[in-house]
Design a protein around this ligand. Structure first.
Ligand code: SME
Length: 165
C-alpha cells in the first residue's frame, strides 16, 4: 500500500479528485474494516484539500447518526436524522450542498468557523449506512465537481462489509 499521496502540484479541483480516486481505491482495497477505510479516506481528503473538517457519521441506531472517523476540530457526537445537514442528507438519501451554513435552517454548528458544507450519504439496502460530511471555512466552497467525486469516493465504501464493524 502506498503511504504517501501523489497530488500533482497546481492541479484543478477536478484533476486533484481524478488523481486521488485511484489512490483511495488502492488504499482501501482488500481492507475489510470500514472504520479503517473511513479513517484513511478522511485523512486523504484532509491532506489533499485542507478542508476545515472532513469525516463520517454512521447510522448506529434507527434514524440516528454517530460520529465516526474524522480529521479536524472536535465535533458533535450524535445527530438524529431530523437535525442538521447530516440528518437531512441521511433522511433524504441524497447529497446536500450548503453554500452558506447560516442560511440552512437547522444547521448544526459544531464550529462557528465552518461556513459551507457538503454531505454525501451512502445508501445500501434502502437504508442510509453513513454520511460523509465535509466543511469549509470559506463560503460556497463546494459545487457539482465535489458532489460527483465525493459520491464516487463514498461509493467505494459500498463494497465493504459494514456488518463486520
Ligand atoms: N454541520 C453538521 C454537523 C456536523 S459538523 O459540521 C462536523 C450538520 O448540520 O449536520
Amino acid at each position: 500500500m502506498a503511504e504517501t499521496l501523489s497530488i500533482p502540484a497546481g492541479s484543478s479541483k477536478d484533476e486533484m479528485y481524478r488523481a486521488l480516486l485511484p489512490q483511495i481505491a488502492a488504499v482501501i482495497e482488500g481492507v475489510a474494516d470500514p472504520i479503517a477505510n473511513m479513517a484513511n479516506i478522511a485523512a486523504i481528503l484532509k491532506e489533499a484539500f485542507d478542508f476545515y473538517w472532513v469525516g463520517f457519521y454512521r447510522t448506529t441506531a434507527p434514524e440516528n447518526l454517530v460520529l465516526g472517523p474524522f480529521q479536524g476540530p472536535l465535533a458533535c457526537v450524535a445527530i438524529p436524522f431530523s437535525k442538521g445537514v447530516c440528518g437531512a442528507a441521511a433522511r433524504k438519501q441524497q447529497t446536500i450542498i450548503v453554500p452558506d451554513v447560516d442560511k440552512f435552517p437547522g444547521h448544526i454548528a459544531c464550529s462557528s468557523l465552518s461556513r459551507s458544507e457538503i454531505v454525501v450519504p451512502l445508501v445500501a439496502g434502502g437504508a442510509t449506512q453513513l454520511v460523509l460530511d465535509v466543511d469549509s471555512d470559506r463560503l460556497d466552497a463546494f459545487d457539482e465537481t465535489d458532489k460527483l467525486y465525493l459520491e464516487e469516493i463514498v461509493g467505494l465504501l459500498r463494497r465493504e462489509n459494514f456488518e463486520a464493524a
